[in-house]
Structures are given as structure tokens and as C-alpha cells.
Design a protein around this ligand. Sequence first.
Ligand SMILES: Cc1ncc(COP(=O)(O)O)c(C=O)c1O
Length: 481
Amino acid sequence: MPDDKSFHMTPEEFRRHGHAVVDWIADYHSRIESFPVLSQVKPGEIRALLPANAPAKGEPFDALLKDVEKLILPGITHWQSPNFFAYFPSNGSGPGILGDLLSSGLGVQGMLWSTSPACTELETHVLDWLVPMLGLPEKFLSSKAGGGVIQDTASSAVLCALLAARERATNYISNQKGCDGRIVAYASSQTHSSLEKAAMIAGIGVSNLRLIEVDENFAMRPEALARQIEADKRAGLLPCFVCATVGTTSSNAMDPVAAIADICRQHNLWLHVDAAMSGTAALCPEFRHLQDGVEFADSYSFNPHKWMFTTFDCDCFWVADRKALIRTLSILPEYLKNQATESGAVIDYRDWQIPLGRRFRSLKLWFVIRHYGVEGLQHHIRRHVELAQRFAQWVRSDSRFELAAPVPLNLICFRHKGGDAVNQTIMERLNRSGDLFLTHTKLNGKFTLRVCIGQTNTQARHVEKAWKKICEEAAKVTAAA
Ligand SMILES: Cc1ncc(COP(=O)(O)O)c(C=O)c1O
């Protein structure tokens, strides 16, 4: 086969098409408010537009970009729209996108320090930066016994924490022999479902995951936790792990970390703090009280890809004792052996996570932190919280609506007093309109609307418009009932 035949994109072609793609993204962000926030397509509609088989011959790049516009865009739910108030945000930013692009450009696979020292060292360094930025305990620093690592998601972080807790509690026997059904883990009934999945994967079993009751604010009752641990111990079981959540997904409830930490210390249990979205608020000292007690945590995670402008995916995970995590997750086959690893002088992040391979995610986080500075990050977080508090006040002062949970930060859970069907219809009509996108939860068995204010470009005018639309739809729905 002749060597000069190539189907690859040349560097010059890459430059030209690359500029076109960046232009397209910039234009997309400028016109994002013109699209319905929630994609309005029906199931199967996008696939029906795609050819049944892959092309035998390559196509010009311009045709690909045209098809993104024509075929893909209608099937996009616009997470980066300032009118996106659903779930928790997955916000992004210019520096985040460009950092991610550079990561692809470098094409690094950073499983070992030696497979790209900068990939490992920048990650360690940026995670060390974040420790004082978020008021986290010094024991999480890589210069102490702990250290931080970037995971894809909070789900992976909690799984790693649970595995390390399991191994620590069984003196590293479960990795060898499997679980014997005696290991028990604890979280509140409001904890994110990723922990249930982690319990399945870790061999602990969902029936050995105790979901502790919550108080009227949906926060874990520490006395109920203590009672359950004691009962399990009396039954000959082996309690090993507690997950406290700072900002539950359903209602942004804050588990009392300090009281839970006391119980964990008493029983020598691993305490993981899941602050997936709300952890970002700790950039502002005035919100740090929400995670008082974090200094006693064995591990902690939050997602810059939720609220800290770091384009998906990026979860930061710290442990107080890196040896426990590494001993739990390390394996060293012959083909990965190298001098740097054997010298013991480097971090090999493959031992801190489930997969072997890993992306150069710290680049985008570094870009975001350097672009905004602590001051810029704090500014936008405070602004989001202020807008959410304003929204909560509108709800409180409107007799047709009620708040369904406290509003510690940027999530408002509220409902129309007309009942479940009215609330569901209001939500469906709003989402069908394309003007905004919000989602729901159930609190105390009642259908509850959720508005989360955390999209990068959400401003007062978007929040004001959202409240106006909600009120208009509520009036229409109740008039028709
Ligand atoms: C409190 C909490 N924990 C964990 C998760 C899971 O996040 P991820 O998608 O990063 O796994 C979420 C997602 O919203 C969450 O709110």
C-alpha cells in the first residue's frame, strides 16, 4: 500500500475546520436563547433522519457541521441556556470549553505519572489549590497524608470512597475474598441514588445500605443514625461507611456533618461528604458553615461541572488517607511497570479511580480558576444565590404558592397550593413552551416544582421572566380546572 495515501485531516484542514467549529460554538452561545430549552423532538425522531448505514466514503467536513445544525440541534436540550432551571445545572464557560479542547488536542492518556507528568502534577496542584479555596481541611492536601484526584462524576467518587471504607473495615480482606454480607453502609433517605448503585457494585448489597430517616428539613437525623449503627453492631454486622450530603439532589437539604462525624468517630466509620453541587458555594466563606464538621471527613467530593463553570465532566474527590484508597484500588501488571512508579516518588492516578485510562481534565479546571480568579467565581456564585433568594421571596409572598423546603442556596422547591395535578400541568406546559426548563421532585409525597439557579449566564431578567411565566401558566391552569 503506498505510504502517501492518507484519509487523515491535514493540520491545515484542521486549522480551518477548527476555526469554523469555534465560530459555530460562539454563535451557538449568542443565539442560545432562541431555542426551546427542552428539546421538543419525539422518541426516534433524530435517528429517523440519519442514514441507516455508515458512509463508505468520507465526506467533506462542512457537511458534518451543516448536519449538526440541521439534524442534531433540534435534539439538544440546552443546558447552557440561561433559562435552564432543571435538575442541578451542568454549567460551562469559555475557559472550560477551551481547556477541554486543549485536552483533546494533546490527546493525553494520563493513567501513570510517566504517561504525561504534567497531567498528573497539574491535577495534584489544582486540587491542592482548591483545599484552601473551599475551606477544606489541610489533611486533604497532597503534602499531608491525603490528596485529591479528578473523577468523571460524583458517582465514581462515592464508589471509590465506599470501596476504600470496605477495605479499611475488613483489613483489606474483601478485595481478596469478597464480601461476607456483614458490611453495612449508611446514608439518609434523601441521598443521591449513586450510593445505591455503589452499594450494588461494591458487593455490599442494597439491603445492607441503611437509609436513615430525615427531619422536617429533609436532613439526616443523627440520633436515628446512631440507633441504627448500634442495632447493626448488636446483630453482629460490620458498619463501615456513612455518606453525609451537603445539598441533597431533591431539596438541597444539608445533613448535619458535625453531628454525623461525631458518630463516625465513635464507631470508627468512614465518613464521606457528598457536596456534588453545593460544595461550590464553599468558595464563599459565608456559606461554609453549611458543611461545618467537614474537617472530620475521610473523603469529600464536589462537581465543578455542576456549578463551577467547568464544562462536563469534572468531579473533585479528596481523601484524608491516600494510602487506604491506593491500597484498595492498586494493581500493577508487568506492562505498566516503570521506574517512576517503582521509585515511589510519583502519584499514579490509575490507583485512585476505577478505570485505568484517564483524560487530562485538570486543564479545564485550571483554566476556569485562572480565568475567573477566586474573586470572579465568588461573584457569580453569590449572584446566583441572591437571585434564588429573591425568587424564594416571591413565592413566600404569593398566597397561591408555598415553599416546600428551606432555601439555603440556589435551589427553590415550591408548589402551587392547587395540588399535584395542577403543579404537574404547570410544569408540563412551561417545558412544552420552550421558554424555560424546570423539573420536579416529591417531598412529603407531594409533587413539588424545583427551580435551580446556577446556569453560567442566568441573570435577573431570566429569573424574573421565569417567575412571570410560572404565574401566567398557573393562572391558566387553575382557570381551566
Ligand atoms: C448530591 C448529589 N450527589 C451525586 C450526584 C451524582 O452526580 P454525578 O452525575 O456527577 O455522578 C448528584 C447529581 O445530581 C447529586 O446531586
